[in-house]
Structure formats: structure tokens, C-alpha cells
Write a new protein. Structure first.
Length: 459
């Protein structure tokens, strides 16, 4: 088995061909030592670069002296002065954005999850299209006059998780002081940062048996992609997106806020950050999505009665049928084989089988019996162009309107202010991940109907 993995590594990383020639492959002891050392090269050499599961290079985030070649190595800090914990920024999220935001982007770009303010002037949307969403939407506030003549607003802070990243202009939520629906678990908003969810040192790992822990075999690589190497023997893979698990709490957060639940199982495609103007990006979600969200939002999951929308519940046969037949308002001709819509994703049962999840990444198939509704069926994880980081607009009757010929178009804030909700047509389309309006019907109703189909006869 180990020799098969070596062959795979040789094909992916030429340096392995050289190194394995230095190893006596007849010696199991030598092979074990080789693999113990090789993990470091896997981390450094693959396309996912810095975050390839486990801890990245310390120098990527920390600076001993904040001085390199006669000048400060950290942004926004004077020479010889580092941030807390010797960080290369004023706070944790700003360290993340040192790499995950890049001024000058003109299109979705790899691992970037935030758009610089200079790249999204008034009327222009954030650029990045990762499944979690672009935090830039937090800086977009909209106002308009509705059909009754009343002024309406959509403040930026309602569009997502308000991370604190002061070097990049992100501040704590000014409305909510603790995580909504937290119950007795009152996670403080002014301490929300990227590392509230993602373990920057990547300690959580998945073994070959699917067990998630912070100890055990070394992490050979990312556990996030359909191309990621699977654990073998005593070798582990990282958890999806470095998510923290049971017992996780950032060192900088005082109090008792340790997570109760482990990360969910999921697989993403390599080209996850791209336009969906022709095809959807599918992240295949498995067990634990909603439970993991419940680490901070427990009361949102405490009931499946009439007052709270179900989460982590199996979709009924009616809902499955609705989802698979629904194409758009007035069109129920869809089939299960092609019904998947990334604006309304679902959890694939309660599976922890990564082979199943990886195989679904390129699939357009809709749900089958046992598949589940989850928090991410409606919400994005980071931010979106809509209230409450919804995947689709919820506060308007129509997602599209019609031109003079009856073809669907996105609403214009000048002629359709109530439907546009202050957004330009460019912003409206970008918030729907570049889908052209022709993907929908004229006078398309809200995508709650993908599951509930209350609009089958059209407007």
C-alpha cells in the first residue's frame, strides 16, 4: 500500500522521484522514516500551498522581530513591533487577509475570500465567488424607496459573519453583541475572527477510520478536495477547511466557549472559486454540517416543530420530489439526474464516506431518500449579497422581472427599486454567482420554492 502511495507522490511531486531513489525501499524501517520526513515536502509542494493540512510555516503568520531587509515585515505595524502573539498584523483575521485578500484582482482568484475596497467602488460588487462567499459584502450597504414610499436599508453588517480585521476595515457587528441563537453559549461578537471557526494550526485531523481528533498520525495533506489524498495506515488527512472541532477555542478568547462538535465531512472541487454562469460549483456535504454550526448557534437547532425551520433533518419524499422537478417558476420538468442547484445545496445523508463525497463533486444529481436539509442549504458561511448571508434574495417578491419582450432580466434600481433593493444589476447578478437572468423565469419567485414549490403556476 505504501509503495502505491509513493508512486502517486512521485507523479504529483517530481522531488519524490529523487528522494525515493535515496531510500532503500526493501527496508520497511527506512520507508517509515522517509514518510515521516516526506510529510513536510507534501505540505510545501502541492497546489494548495500554505494550508495543506496541519500547521503551515510559522513565518507565514508570525514574525520574531518584525524586521526584514531593513524594514517592517508586517503590514500596518511599525518596524520592530509585532501584533499580539507575534502576529504579522494587528489581529488574527488581518493576518489571514494578508494572503486571502489581494488588491487588484479583476476576477475570482484561488483562495481569496475578500475584495479590497478599491476593487469594488459604489455600484460594483465584490469579486470573489468561493462557496463561503466574499466578506466584501459586509462593506456594501444599500438603500431604496419601496412601493409604499418608505425608505428601506440593507446594512452591510447584516450580510454575513462580521469578522474583526482592523487592518482591512472589518469591525465587529454593531447590532448583535453575541452569536444569535447561542442560548447559554454567548460567543462575543467583538471576538469573532477567522480563527473562531478555522484552527490556524490545523491540529484537527481525520484518520483512515473517519475518526477526528487533535492527536494521532501526522497529517499528510488537506482533507478539503475531491483530489485530496486519503489517510492510510497511521497517516492522517486534515479536516475540511481546517475547521476546529470538539474542544476547540482560540487561545485569545477568554471564558468558556469550547466547541462541542467536530467538523463536518465535505469535499470541494479544485476550481471552487469561479463564476457559475454556465455550470454550478458543487461542494459535496456529508455528516455534521448543522451540528458544527450549532457550536455557536445551538438554539437555531433545538426544535423541528412549527416555529423553527428544520436543520439536519431528512428531506421528506415530497421535498425531494419538489427539489428534483423544480427548474424555475412555472417549470417543473426537472429530473433527479440534473436538478442540483448550488444556491440550494443539501447534505448527502449522514455519510462520512469520503469516496462517496468526492465522487459527487462533479455531479449535477439532486437529492435521494435520506439526504438532509442543513444550515448551508440557505446560508453561506462567510457572507453574501443578501440579508442574513442568504444564498438567494429573500426580502423581495421577484428575483427577476421582464423586459419589453417578456424575457427575464434582473431588476434595475431606477425602474424596479423595490425588487432591486438598491443593488445595481451587476451587483444583483454577482450575488447570484454570475448566473444570467435567463437561468430563471421572468418574474422568478424566491428560491424557497426549490423545495416548497408554491409558485408552480407563475406570477
Amino acid at each position: 500500500m505504501a509503495m502505491g502511495v509513493l508512486g502517486s507522490l512521485k507523479r504529483r511531486l517530481p522531488i519524490f522521484s529523487f528522494m525515493t531513489s535515496m531510500v532503500n525501499t526493501s527496508s520497511r524501517a527506512s520507508l517509515f522514516i522517509f514518510f515521516s520526513m516526506a510529510g513536510f515536502i507534501v505540505l510545501a509542494g502541492t497546489g494548495h500551498a500554505f494550508h495543506e493540512g496541519g500547521a503551515g510555516a510559522c513565518e507565514g503568520c508570525h514574525s520574531m522581530h518584525n524586521s526584514l531587509d531593513g524594514r517592517a515585515a508586517a503590514r500596518a505595524l511599525p518596524q520592530y513591533q509585532a501584533g499580539a502573539y507575534l502576529l504579522k498584523a494587528s489581529d488574527q483575521s488581518s493576518v489571514c487577509l494578508n494572503c486571502h485578500q489581494h488588491a487588484g484582482d479583476t476576477a475570482p482568484s484561488g483562495f481569496h475570500i475578500s475584495t479590497s475596497e478599491s476593487d469594488m467602488p459604489t455600484g460594483s460588487p465584490p469579486i470573489q465567488l468561493s462557496p463561503g462567499g466574499d466578506f466584501g459584502w459586509l462593506k456594501k450597504t444599500y438603500s431604496w424607496t419601496d412601493a409604499n414610499g418608505a425608505l428601506q436599508t440593507s446594512p452591510g453588517y447584516t450580510h454575513g459573519h462580521n469578522i474583526t480585521a482592523y487592518d482591512y476595515g472589518y469591525a465587529a457587528d454593531g447590532r448583535l453583541t453575541t452569536a444569535p441563537g447561542g442560548g447559554s453559549f454567548q460567543y462575543p461578537s467583538n471576538q469573532l475572527s477567522c480563527i473562531s471557526c478555522h484552527d490556524p494550526h490545523g491540529r484537527y485531523r481525520r484518520s483512515g477510520t473517519g475518526t477526528i481528533s487533535t492527536t494521532g498520525g501526522p497529517i499528510i495533506g488537506s482533507g478539503s478536495y475531491n483530489t485530496s489524498m486519503e489517510p492510510f495506515g497511521t497517516i492522517s488527512a486534515g479536516t475540511y477547511r481546517l475547521l476546529g472541532g470538539a474542544g476547540y477555542q482560540p487561545k485569545s478568547l477568554a471564558g468558556s466557549y469550547a466547541f462541542l462538535y467536530n467538523p463536518f465531512f465535505a469535499a470541494a472541487p479544485e476550481d471552487y472559486n469561479r463564476s457559475e454562469n454556465t455550470t454550478d460549483v458543487r461542494v459535496a456535504y456529508g455528516q455534521n454540517v448543522s451540528q458544527w454550526c450549532a457550536n455557536c448557534h445551538a438554539m437555531m437547532h433545538s426544535s423541528v416543530g412549527t416555529l423553527i425551520h428544520p436543520a439536519d433533518q431528512a428531506m421528506s419524499s415530497l421535498i425531494i420530489s419538489n427539489y428534483n422537478s423544480y427548474v424555475k417558476t412555472g417549470d417543473l420538468t426537472g429530473t433527479q439526474a440534473t436538478s442540483y442547484l448550488s444556491l440550494v445545496p443539501f447534505q448527502m445523508g449522514d455519510t462520512t464516506d469520503m469516496t462517496t463525497l468526492k465522487g459527487a463533486v462533479g455531479s449535477a444529481a439532486g437529492p435521494v431518500s435520506g439526504d438532509r436539509v442543513m444550515c448551508l442549504s440557505c446560508h453561506r458561511a462567510h457572507a453574501s449579497g443578501w440579508e442574513s448571508m442568504m444564498r438567494f434574495p429573500l426580502d423581495t417578491t421577484f428575483t427577476t422581472v421582464a423586459d419589453s419582450s417578456g424575457y427575464p432580466v434582473y431588476p434595475d434600481p431606477g425602474t424596479n427599486p423595490t425588487q432591486a433593493m438598491g443593488r445595481t444589476t451587476q451587483e444583483f447578478q454577482k450575488a447570484l454567482y454570475d448566473r444570467p437572468p435567463t437561468k430563471f423565469a421572468a418574474f422568478q419567485r424566491t428560491l424557497c420554492n426549490k423545495c416548497h414549490v408554491q409558485d408552480g403556476s407563475g406570477p
